[in-house]
Design a binder for this molecule. Structure first.
Ligand code: HDD
Length: 729
């Protein structure tokens, strides 16, 4: 059974919710479910939910119908403003568990005890699109984690890229306005491929590094479960003695980091705009709990200036080659929300929600964020008590002297809502300079006020070049193609030219190739250098390349949770298919039987095979791999069906693993491949197998086929296939 079926059956994995009991109990107290009857909000039983109160059966509706009025009024107020950025999101519950005590570096409660599980709620999101946008657009994704720690809530509000577009929060509204649909006609939705975005970014060279990441495969994750996350800014760890280390946070997916192809991403946006959220939901429902490891890069306070760039600059990253990442714990998502609005929509993240042991750095982008998030929650969630919404409540008690406000849920008792006081409990209550509680790092500050940035922030190209140099050949090709696509949508030639000229400071060849693809003039580095906003202050990286920045060099792949389409028609050979299919499932991948129509097909041995999807309703872009069984009659039928042939060719073109058994290879005839592979060694990731001798009961050969196929699936994509451009798909 695929996770999809399981979800449909409404089944929950046995361990769901494990590790997050405290949060679950808290939410349960607020659960309101209709049982035998309905009531109004005042608790009055509704006699009839199908008819308004009217003057006679054919007369006008009466104004006194308070049941109707209440229902329609509430309905009209159901929507709240979507987030101004990162509007489209998907969330899940889970837990975080440290691998070892980090007390040497931080006193944060959730990083002390490896036996302790801290409940979390995670919201993934896309920065650009509205709530109804497609999931697979090219975009930076939000990766926001709320840890419900015993010392209060800690929010790590990060993203799928380790660097940001701008260095100072004062530019954030400009960035968002340039990125979002243009104000005069409200187009285009959920894409940066338009004049305003490239106009702004080409005038702001500090965006270059993040742009390179956005044009790379990183901006097209295959799954949220296969996406890295980053805290972006430099933060501080503080231990119980008050000693600090700078720290950068990383989330490393256990399934490795993998991307979609641009062609796939665009097609999926139409085929299943909910591709990522569905994948997350179904994986959790099916018990394939997504996992990430939390990694940290720590830099001692006195080594702040030793890296060759400014740690406070959010357009820079620390290459793992300079400061290795220590894995300090794991994040497991094991429970889907019960209610999208109450949890995923109402969750309020804030980079300023920190706990003892974690502190800010003076990164000017981070400092500005500290102001902005409260403000947005106040307007989005309707008042100062948004922390009392179930999803936002801390699991440790909170009590202070803040009072009243819209939507107040607490009934505060007593006469004293001020401090110090003696009226509260008869003796003096005073909170004044205690050494317990949140302590800020005692950073020394003695400075003149200035509207400006350190010259250290002025090198906008060296790390962009490092990133580009570190990509593999195919990844570089994808970056060139992405720039060409985006800029081809830009109507003003002057804007395209500015981008090309800026790129000349990253890599001359990259700039030239982009220019060729969009009919721009040859890149002119001097023109870029002459423009306002360009600063020449090379910091000089000690590295020319950092292999860790290439996605393809990531974690060893796994076939676990991958989706395999099994193409069938009447007359396929189910006997040879079955053991291969079983072995694939055992490797943790999920098979779905796909045919021309739903219902069943009859195999060569007259067995009924249930069809779960059709070529039209779940095309190849929604799968990671394709398996074509043997069976002359069945394969004849599939070979005559253009949709089936296209399915296979498209998967091939997208670099996906393919396996054919016996006559199944005929679906690859267009590629010049043959049954038994008479043509020689098949292309990478293609397994062309003979029918295994099953009448002996020996499944060794079938297992070998499955083993080769599973290994091909685990490699995610096979780019080293000859003549891909010529494949008609
Ligand atoms: Fe932000 C939401 C991540 C810079 C202002 N941001 C938001 C979310 C994420 C990020 C993941 C969605 C949280 C959720 O799921 O509810 N933001 C980032 C990152 C940044 C960043 C990684 C740079 C390193 N943001 C940033 C700046 C500002 C904002 C500089 C303003 C000065 N961000 C907001 C916001 C949002 C937001 C307008 C919209 C909705 C919300 O806060 O709750 O306040």
């Amino acid at each position: 059974m695929t996770p999809h079926n399981k979800a449909a059956a409404g089944r929950r994995p046995k361990t769901a919710g494990e590790g997050a009991p405290a949060k679950q109990d808290q939410l349960a107290a607020f659960t309101v479910e209709p049982t035998a009857h309905l009531t109004t909000n005042q608790g009055v039983q509704v006699p009839d939910n199908h008819h308004s109160l009217t003057a006679g059966p054919r007369g006008p509706t009466l104004l006194e119908d308070f049941i109707l009025r209440e229902k329609l009024t509430h309905f009209g107020q159901e929507r709240i403003a979507e987030r101004v950025v990162f509007a489209r999101g998907a969330g899940a519950h889970g837990y975080f568990q440290a691998y070892k005590s980090m007390s040497q570096f931080t006193c944060a409660d959730f990083l002390q005890d490896p036996a302790q599980r801290t409940p979390v709620f995670v919201r993934f999101s896309g920065m650009t699109g509205s709530q109804g946008a497609a999931d697979t657009v090219r975009d930076v994704r939000g990766f926001a984690v709320k840890f419900y720690t015993q010392q209060g809530n800690y929010d790590l509000v990060g993203a799928s890229l380790p660097v940001f577009y701008i260095q100072d929060a004062i530019k954030f509204p400009d960035l968002a306005h340039a990125l979002k649909p243009q104000p005069h006609h409200g187009m285009p939705q959920a894409t940066s491929a338009h004049d305003a975005f490239w106009d702004f970014t080409s005038l702001m060279p500090e965006t270059t590094h993040a742009l390179l990441w956005t044009m790379s495969d990183r901006a097209l994750p295959r799954s949220l479960r296969m996406m890295e996350g980053f805290g972006v800014h430099t933060f501080r760890f503080i231990n119980s003695q008050g000693d600090a280390h700078f720290v950068k946070f990383h989330w490393k997916p256990k399934l490795g980091a993998h991307a979609l192809l641009w062609d796939e991403a665009q097609k999926i946006a139409g085929q299943d705009p909910d591709f990522h959220r569905r994948d997350l939901w179904e994986s959790i429902e099916g018990g394939d709990f997504p996992e990430w490891e939390l990694g940290v890069q720590m830099v001692a306070q006195d080594k702040e200036h030793s890296l060759g760039f400014d740690l406070l600059d959010p357009t820079k990253l620390i290459p793992e080659e300079l400061v290795p990442i220590q894995k300090i714990g794991k994040l497991v998502l094991n429970r889907n929300p019960d209610n999208f609005f109450a949890e995923t929509e109402q969750v309020a993240f804030h980079p300023g929600h920190v706990v003892p042991g974690i502190d800010f750095s003076s990164d000017p982008l981070l400092q500005g964020r500290l102001m902005s998030y409260t403000d947005t929650q106040l307007s989005r969630l309707g008042g100062a008590n948004f922390h009392q919404l179930p999803i936002n409540r801390s699991v440790c008690p909170f009590h202070n002297l803040q009072r009243d406000g819209r939507g107040q849920q607490a009934i505060h008792r007593g006469a004293a809502a001020y401090e110090p006081n003696t009226l509260g409990n008869g003796s003096e209550f005073r909170v004044d300079g205690a050494s317990a509680g949140f302590q800020s790092f005692a950073q020394e500050l003695d400075a003149r006020k200035v509207r400006g940035r350190s010259a250290d922030f002025d090198d906008h190209f060296t790390q962009a070049r490092l990133f580009f140099n570190s990509q593999g050949t195919v990844e570089k090709e994808h970056i060139v193609a992405a720039f060409r696509f985006e800029l081809s949508k830009v109507e003003l030639p002057a804007i395209r030219q500015r981008v090309v000229d800026n790129l000349a400071h990253v890599d001359e060849k990259l700039a030239r190739r982009v220019a060729e693809g969009i009919g721009a003039d040859a890149p002119d580095a001097r023109a870029a250098a002459g423009r306002a906003g360009y600063h020449e202050h090379r910091i000089g990286m000690v590295l020319d390349e950092a292999p860790s920045l290439a996605m393809a060099s990531g974690v060893e792949g796994s076939a676990r949770t991958r989706r395999v389409a099994v193409l069938v028609a009447d007359g396929v050979d189910s006997a040879s298919l079955k053991p291969v299919q079983q072995a694939i499932e055992q490797a943790g991948a999920h098979c779905t039987v796909v045919a021309a129509r739903l219902g069943t097909v009859t195999s060569a041995s007259k067995r009924q095979i249930v069809v779960e999807a059709t070529f039209a309703n779940r095309p190849s872009v929604l799968f990671d791999a394709v398996l074509v069984p043997a069976g002359r009659e069945g394969i004849d039928a599939l070979a005559r069906n253009g949709d089936a042939v296209h399915f296979v060719l498209e998967a091939y073109k997208h670099g996906k693993a393919l396996c054919t058994i016996g006559e199944g290879a005929r679906l690859l005839a267009t590629l010049g491949l043959e049954e038994g592979n008479a043509g020689g060694v098949p292309p990478s990731g293609v397994v062309i197998a003979q029918v295994p001798p099953l009448n002996t009961g020996d499944t060794t050969e079938a297992l070998q086929i499955a083993h080769r196929f599973v290994a091909a699936i685990a490699r995610h994509r096979h780019w080293d296939r000859p003549g891909l451009d010529a494949v008609p798909a």
